[in-house]
Design a protein around this ligand. Structure first.
Ligand code: 4AD
Ligand code: MG
Length: 442
């Protein structure tokens, strides 16, 4: 019977580098790729990786067959190989073990012109070779942190009784203001790639109470900034009967949980990225709330040309977060600066009940959230004002006709969040195969 709190056994019969510390003193066979070789003529070293770790293998000429020694000579960068040997504890080795090789088999030779060599490469070159760039330690660390964040997101919502809803990618023309990707859809005219799952999330919140979506979203924005992708992953909770204040509390609990989880479980990866973890450790609730009007005043004092009514750009956001060590909320933006579905602020009808969460260290907006307009006629008026196709929104308006309800939600951009936690300057490294205005390959 399985023991509680034991890592479930991987029933594939391949030993991985990560399993080796438990096998010290025993023989093991592993497969992987060569990252490095060196030889003194009598003793040779092969450093290999298998995606779970790095292993130093030691080949002693007098202790292996002539064929094995010859095969060592043929190893090139990224050759795939299988090695057999004794697992030896060695405190100096990465992972605390090394392998004393008794056998070595080449699985797949690697041509000498492997594109990514141990030297500096330009980022465009690396992006053209993203299928190989992914193999490097820094990219592996980022991918593992992204995976930790994704798992933490599911855990956070599952533990709080939220239901995950998968919303459509192919939609009629509804969503945010930014550009749409269109594709022909049989006899129905154009379908558009979803910019958000939110509107479906609102319908689902009325059915299930507390929901979240987790999926790819698409924006045909011609933005060539370090924080825009044309395809990115968004997490969108929607909660029936939460007002804007409750929505903001949920956001800070959520983000603090994600950061803490990575700090607790991904120390090795943060170290690989040379991330200053003390900065992440300061991410504790509550996060400051700053009213939009006050934010404009702060910005003007700092020399920004921003005027009341403007949306805040990346530079303004950086100026606002520079005084803070945790994320901050900018609350209740002017109506014109935000989407049609946000609820009018009863205390100041020029504004809406919304918030942007800005991450520190210059990262800026990682969340956009709001209480939703639950008044049918006000929502309809906003749809007309924004010249949106009323027909496409009729089902959405119906939610306000049949048992309308106070509800709020938000969208967290996964790559921006991962970029901040990892301390990477550009979000393109935070997704396996980034899609940007000028990049559809590989
Ligand atoms: O602020 P946005 O546009 O809000 C929405 O889409 C709402 N429907 C969310 C909701 O209330 N359910 O986008 C939310 C977040 C942003 O804060 C940002 O983190 C991320 O999505 N985001 C992008 N990330 C990468 N590339 C882009 N082009 C992004 N656009 C938005
Ligand atoms: Mg936004």
């Amino acid at each position: 019977m399985a023991q509680p709190n034991q890592t479930p056994m991987d029933r594939s019969d391949v030993t991985r580098i990560t399993d080796l510390p438990q096998l010290a003193g025993q023989a093991a066979t592993l497969s992987g790729w060569v990252t490095h070789t060196r030889s003194s003529g009598k003793v040779a070293f092969v450093v290999m990786r298998d995606g779970t770790g790095i292993l130093q293998c030691v080949v002693v000429k007098t202790q292996v067959s002539a064929e094995v020694w010859e095969r060592f000579q043929a190893l090139t960068l990224e050759t795939s190989l299988q090695v057999t040997g004794e697992v030896r504890a060695d405190a100096r080795a990465p992972g605390g073990v090394e392998l004393g090789v008794t056998d070595l088999v080449i699985l797949g030779p690697s041509a000498l012109d492997y594109p990514i060599q141990p030297k500096e490469h330009g980022v465009d070159f690396l992006l053209d070779n993203r299928h190989f760039w992914l193999r490097t330690p820094r990219q592996v660390a980022i991918a593992r942190i992204r995976n930790e964040v994704e798992q933490a997101i599911h855990d956070f919502f599952y533990e709080r009784g939220f239901l995950r809803v998968d919303t459509p990618i192919l939609t009629a023309a509804i969503g945010e203001r930014s550009g749409l990707f269109a594709t022909e859809y049989f006899d129905e005219g154009n379908a558009y790639l979803a910019q958000t799952g939110q509107l479906y999330g609102e319908a689902a919140a009325a059915a299930f109470g507390k929901i979240y979506t987790f999926g790819p979203t698409f924006r045909a924005e011609k933005s060539k900034t370090r924080r825009h992708l044309t395809e990115f992953w968004m997490i969108e909770p929607e909660v029936a009967f939460n007002d804007s204040a409750a929505n903001i509390r949920l956001q800070e609990d959520f983000v603090a949980f994600l950061v803490q989880r990575v700090v607790e479980r991904r120390g090795a990866e943060l170290k690989e990225l040379e991330r200053d973890v003390s900065k992440l450790e300061k991410v504790k609730v509550p996060f400051p709330r700053i009213d939009y009007g006050d934010a404009v005043a702060i910005l003007q004092k700092k020399g920004s040309a921003v005027q009341w009514g403007d949306d805040l750009g990346a530079e303004d956001e950086a100026l606002l977060v520079e005084d803070h060590e945790t994320p901050i909320f900018i609350c209740n933006y002017p109506k014109e600066a935000k989407a049609f579905y946000m609820k009018e602020n009863p205390a100041d009808p020029r504004t809406v009940l919304c918030d942007d969460m800005l991450a520190p260290e210059g990262y800026g907006e990682i969340i956009g959230g709001s209480q939703r307009e639950d008044d049918h006629d006000k929502l309809l008026a906003r749809i007309h004002e924004e010249k949106l196709p009323v027909d496409a929104y009729s089902w959405y308006l119906d939610l306000r006709k049949y048992g309308t309800f106070v509800h709020s939600g938000f969208g967290l951009g996964l790559e921006r969040t991962v970029a901040w936690i990892c301390g990477t300057p550009h979000i393109r490294e935070c997704i396996a195969f980034p899609r940007m205005m000028h990049r559809l390959y590989p």
